[in-house]
Design a protein around this ligand. Sequence first.
Ligand SMILES: [Ca+2]
Length: 181
Amino acid sequence: MASRVLDAKRVLDIGWWKVEVYSGTNFDIKLGTLYVQCEEAFFIGAWAPPGDYDIINLFCTALPDKAPPWAYKVNCPDIHYSLRYHAKVYLPLEGTYSFESWNDDGLRLYVDGQKLIDDWNFHGPTRNVVNVALAKGWHDIIVEYMEGGGNWVCLVGVTLPDGTKVKPLVPKAGIKFMVVP
Ligand SMILES: [Ca+2]
């Protein structure tokens, strides 16, 4: 089952991400691996315009010192944890993509092994934006995130070369998930 949900086509269709969960803010002790489904499929619908982060207030003010709900399935602590999200996605257009994060605390974004966002620090909600030229086709996306206390948020969105805004790539609360044995 696990290998099937990792299949790239399936990731694209229904938004599955592989997520490694660690205690410690620098991947200190691995607790487990989950497959987490986004509320929305990867490239369907439109993300809110930049700056319109409805969900962020919920994450930042209502859930201090928490982990994502699904992460508790592998005994993730409330603070001092780190997550590594991985998905293969199909980018439909060649051109300049703009990735945007909103993170508290640290976040790194890799596309095809290239580190595009490097914000591995302790701070309140912070936006990072990076533009990168990418070819049409399949790409590996990794998002690393760590939470060191207080409020937390971890969202990444992308604007396609044609200006289309895509919903946050990182799963939100209340989503489906499975724990990998
Ligand atoms: Ca924090």
